[in-house]
Ligand binder design. Structure first.
Ligand code: FE2
Length: 391
């Protein structure tokens, strides 16, 4: 049966748009080559940036005849790689492919290598490599001038030679592979860059939160513990799936927990660290830290949700909190979580005005305040974590 290569290529192109993972796409392409052109086996050597070498990544074909994936690793000094990395060798290609039959032909031509001993040595070494891979056709995949991969094909099942249109077909597929790889590399770089920026942002935020803790001696380590408790609660809630919280919420909660007391920068240390009882005026000043924190973060547009957590983490479920006296579900959820985590840590650590509660005592107190100070569901979440020994 004659194959309509143009249609096959169009199908491959359509698949490429749908498949974003290059390995999946390459697997599809190799399967197509094996099935449609009926070659015994097809494999691909792919460039791996981290190891700076080419590795047989994916193979297709009958068991026993295919090249074992992962076993073959070639660096840039390897004959096949050297050959395809040098454009002076391109005249030896047939329709963009290096054929074992062509190698055999030029090696038996006495005059071909006169004055070109280096090339002769290279070609002999390539012949040896291709034979060891049981490969009769190598098709390079380039993006711009960079060699990204080499398709390696075994013989046709019917042992006939490859036709022109088949070689063109392989060449077009190799280009598809190169494009897919290039896109994947770009995507990977972008992901790494995003991850690096995210890490940098979190580390900067942590440094800032440590600076806040340092200002308020009694709360040393407070921010990190609140963050740990908040995140544990959030993960529990996500697993409990009673609320629709996503990864973005978890990220926002992480940052909001780290920054929940950032507004204390604007409260004098003499008040923050005062040992005796606070006057009404001093209490008012401390309470302002929520609003000051929100004002500090306000210019950063991406922190909208975070700001809600910072601003409202001292609201109470019954509406008697500050700064706005929000009640029940009107309190942003992110703030309600921080409120429980913050209070639990405050109770279990020494404060200027009292010693620490035991964890047991703190849990009793928090459960007593379910529905008044705290969102009752979140108290149940904290209690569940406590029972599991995760606090
Ligand atoms: Fe606070």
């Amino acid at each position: 049966m004659r194959i309509n290569y143009k249609r096959e290529l169009e199908d491959a192109a359509r698949t490429m748009i749908l498949v974003h993972k290059p390995n999946t796409l390459i697997r599809l392409i190799l399967r197509m080559i094996v099935r449609k052109v009926r070659v015994e086996h097809a494999g691909i050597l792919l460039y791996e940036k981290s190891r700076d070498c080419f590795i047989v990544t994916i193979t297709r074909g009958q068991i026993g005849s295919k090249i074992p994936a992962g076993l073959v690793r070639l660096d840039k000094h390897s004959p096949i790689i050297r050959f395809f990395n040098d454009s002076n060798n391109f005249p030896l290609l047939e329709r963009g492919a290096l054929l074992l039959s062509k190698i055999n032909a030029i090696l038996s031509d006495r005059d071909f290598f006169s004055g070109k001993e280096e090339l002769e040595k290279l070609i002999i070494a390539i012949k040896f490599q291709m034979k060891s891979f049981d490969t009769v056709v190598c098709v390079p995949a380039y993006y711009r001038d960079n060699l990204l991969g080499i398709l390696m094909l075994g013989e046709k099942v019917n042992k006939k030679t490859f036709k022109r249109e088949e070689l063109d077909f392989f060449n077009a597929l190799a280009n598809d592979v190169a494009m897919a790889l290039r896109n994947a590399f770009l995507f990977e770089d972008l992901q790494l860059e995003i991850e690096r920026n995210r890490k940098l942002f979190l580390e900067t935020t942590m440094a800032l939160s440590a600076a806040i803790d340092a200002k308020d001696h009694y709360t040393r380590g407070h921010t990190m513990r609140v963050t740990e408790y908040s995140l544990a609660m959030c993960r529990y809630i996500i697993a409990d799936s009673s609320k629709n919280l996503d990864a973005k919420f978890l990220d926002d909660l992480h940052v909001a927990s780290l920054l929940h007391d950032v507004g204390k920068i604007g409260v004098p240390e003499a008040i923050l660290c005062k040992k005796g009882e606070l006057t009404d005026e001093e209490r008012k000043k401390i309470n302002e830290h929520c609003v000051i924190g929100a004002m500090i973060l306000e210019p950063i547009k991406a922190l909208d949700e975070v700001i809600l957590g910072v601003k409202y983490h001292h609201e109470r479920f019954d509406g008697s909190g500050y700064p706005e006296g929000l009640k029940g579900e009107a309190i942003p959820y992110i703030a309600s979580i921080i409120s429980v985590a913050d209070s639990y840590d405050a109770m279990t650590t020494d404060r200027p005005y009292r010693g620490a509660f035991t964890k047991d005592q703190a849990m009793v107190e928090i459960e007593r305040c379910a529905g008044t100070q705290f969102n009752p569901y979140l108290v149940r979440v904290l209690a569940a974590l406590y029972k599991r020994g995760e606090l």
